[in-house]
Write a protein that binds this ligand. Structure first.
Ligand code: ADP
Ligand code: TPW
Ligand code: MG
Length: 577
């Protein structure tokens, strides 16, 4: 009897070995496609998925809120050109992640939000399942694509489609809906293995039409006051050398958008950053490389843009053309292919732009840089944005390979102008929406993806949106140094309640708050600094030690301006005009 029992057990075990299930197939499919990291938050029905991913050698970063996990996945996509994966539970977890998915789509970052979901039969009859929600329908308008897998044998296809949708053409956020029942479905292991797809050439090159290249080059050659504008699409595309060659061969001044800073070092002689207003207003031909003419560029018209211009636009999305103003020479294709095609036609005999244009640009630039230098070099107490930024400018100069995360209003605008970047894809910020709360998610992902230190500079308000992730940073012992420019509030910390009542003004926080203690609460290093010397010492020590650190930098609460540099977008102030 005992022998028969053993035999049965062995048989059952063999049969069991030959089986796989939805959990394993999802992990196998991700790994097969080179995805190494998952940013998420466990719970029903994805706890075991997260466990299994970790058991199978994936790095699983468990966050305290899904939005931060989602922001981490979004920026991981930007940094790595592979879709960043965020894993959440159903309904509320999914919705928490959805903001980040929409953010990824808006910014053209490849990301996949994978959420567990309730049973279709119950959801569709609205019978009140645990965390019931029609997630697929809700995700669709916020994503580049949205898929649901119902059968374990389709997991391979589902993941392959999600990867392709995320990274091909204009990158974006993809939603993948995995009902709880799917994860538990079993399948013969061999059949399961065969159902997986290793995606070949997930983001195929898209070559520009030769005549579009000729048109662009002709326009560029005829320009009297040309300008090259580099956007974060150019940073994402990793065509760093060709872009540099194009700028240097043509001798045209260039302007990097915020996240394109460092594509060429900001100290490059042809950088026109410090003469931004002048070049936008005065240029006659503008070559846009992976930058949209959206609000960040005043829609390509109006006072900012001064006199008439002709635009050449390189973009992978054909429908981007003419979205705000007429594009005289659209060049549709991937940036690598387009820039190399243009370079091929530019040749070595390309006449440099007229000297009067270059002189005018660089004179303005030198004048503005000198003015900024004066502001940076003041000694004031308490510190203001500029004096504190002088320290961080030098830190990045000495450590050009670290990632620099930046959010806030004044803390963002001044840092963007002051801090030179030296390497591509190192400046990570609030992006197209100017969204607060990306800070800690970005900091975690930058540390994980690059395996190098991160400096995260946040306004005190901005930090508050994702501040709980300091625990995550400590738990994973990530080399992240957070600096908070603490001016006691949103834009400024000195507003008063107009009624004179006891409630504080809507833009102010607890004065003199000690954010550094939050880091200490989880075993990290906290520092409270009031002088530039203390700030410098604390940040350098953090970079030296690699320990999770939070530096609370006390900034004059009256130093900022309303909305940083976006004053014109406030209904109140624009109505007054
Ligand atoms: P910025 O905010 O820096 O101005 P945007 O996000 O507005 O940049 O623009 C990025 C643009 O880059 C998008 O229009 C997107 O389609 C484009 N893009 C992204 N990746 C590529 C690529 N590999 N090749 C060509 N265009 C790309
Ligand atoms: C998701 C609106 C823009 S900037 C900002 C808010 C609330 C905070 C500015 O204060 P901070 O910076 O960070 O202290 P500083 O240096 O000027 O004092 N909600 C979201 N996104 C945005 N952009 C807002 C609100 C906003
Ligand atoms: Mg503030």
């Amino acid at each position: 009897m005992a022998e028969v029992g053993n035999e049965l057990q062995r048989h059952a075990a063999e049969e069991h070995q030959a089986q796989t299930d939805g959990f394993h197939l999802v992990i196998d499919a991700l790994k097969l496609n080179g995805i190494e990291n998952i940013y998420g938050l466990p719970g029903i029905p994805v706890t075991d998925l997260a466990r299994l991913a970790q058991a199978n050698g994936m790095r699983v970063i468990s966050f305290r809120h899904e939005q931060n996990a989602g922001n981490a996945a979004a920026i991981a996509g930007f940094i790595s050109q592979k879709p960043g994966v965020c894993l959440t539970v159903s309904a509320p977890g999914f919705l928490n992640g959805l903001t980040a998915l929409a953010h990824a789509t808006t910014n053209c970052f490849p990301m996949i939000l994978i959420s567990g979901s309730s049973e279709r039969e119950i959801v569709d009859l609205q019978q009140g399942d645990y965390e019931e929600m029609d997630q697929l329908a809700i995700a669709r308008p916020h994503a580049k694509a949205a898929f649901r897998v119902l059968h374990a044998e389709d997991i391979g296809v589902g993941i392959a489609r999600a990867i392709r949708a995320a990274v091909s053409g204009r990158p974006g956020g993809v939603y993948l809906d995995l009902p709880a029942k799917l994860l538990g479905q079993s399948l013969e292991a061999e059949k399961g293995r065969k159902s997986l797809i290793k995606v070949v050439d997930p983001a195929p090159r898209q070559l520009p039409a030769p005549d579009s290249v000729d048109r662009a080059v002709a326009l560029l050659k005829g320009a009297k006051r040309p300008l090259i504008l580099l956007g974060k699409g150019a940073a994402y595309a990793r065509a760093d050398e060709d872009i540099r060659a194009l700028v240097e061969k043509t001798g045209i001044p260039y302007l990097p958008m915020s996240m394109a800073k460092g594509l060429l070092p900001d100290t490059h002689p042809q950088s026109a950053s410090a003469a931004r207003s002048y070049v936008l207003a005065e240029a006659d031909v503008v070559l846009l490389v992976g930058a949209r003419l959206n609000w960040l560029l005043a829609h390509g018209k109006g006072k900012t843009w001064g006199g008439p211009k002709q635009f050449i636009q390189i973009d992978i999305s054909p429908t981007e053309m003419d979205s705000n103003v007429a594009i005289a020479a659209p060049v549709v294709g991937d940036i690598g292919s387009c820039v190399s095609a243009i370079l091929g036609k530019v040749g070595n005999d390309f006449a440099k732009p007229p000297a009067d244009w270059l002189n005018a640009v660089y004179e303005r630039k030198d004048k503005n840089l000198a003015k900024m230098g004066e502001m940076l070099n003041k000694e004031v107490s308490p510190m203001n944005f500029h004096t504190a930024l002088r320290v961080l400018k030098d830190v990045i100069k000495a450590n050009p390979g670290i990632s620099f995360v930046n959010e806030g209003a004044n803390t963002l605008d001044y840092a963007r102008a002051v801090i030179d970047m030296y390497e591509p894809r190192k400046r990570l910020d609030v992006g197209t929406w100017g969204v607060m709360g990306v800070g800690m998610g970005y900091a975690v992902a930058a540390a994980v993806e690059t395996k190098k230190p991160v400096l995260a500079l946040c306004g005190d308000s901005a930090f508050g949106f994702s501040g709980m992730e300091v625990e995550t940073i400590c738990r994973y012992n990530l080399p992240v140094c957070i600096v908070i420019f603490n001016n006691n509030g949103i834009y400024k910390g000195i507003d008063k309640n107009p009624t004179g009542g006891a409630d504080p003004a809507v833009t102010t926080f607890v004065p003199g708050a000690r954010y550094d203690k939050m880091m200490e609460a989880f075993g990290g290093v906290g520092a409270n600094v009031t002088t530039t010397a203390e700030l410098e010492a604390a940040v350098n020590e953090a970079l030296r030690s690699g320990k999770p650190t939070l530096v609370n930098a006390v900034i004059d609460p009256s130093a900022g301006t309303e909305s940083g540099r976006l004053t014109n977008l406030n209904p109140q102030s624009s109505a007054k005009k």
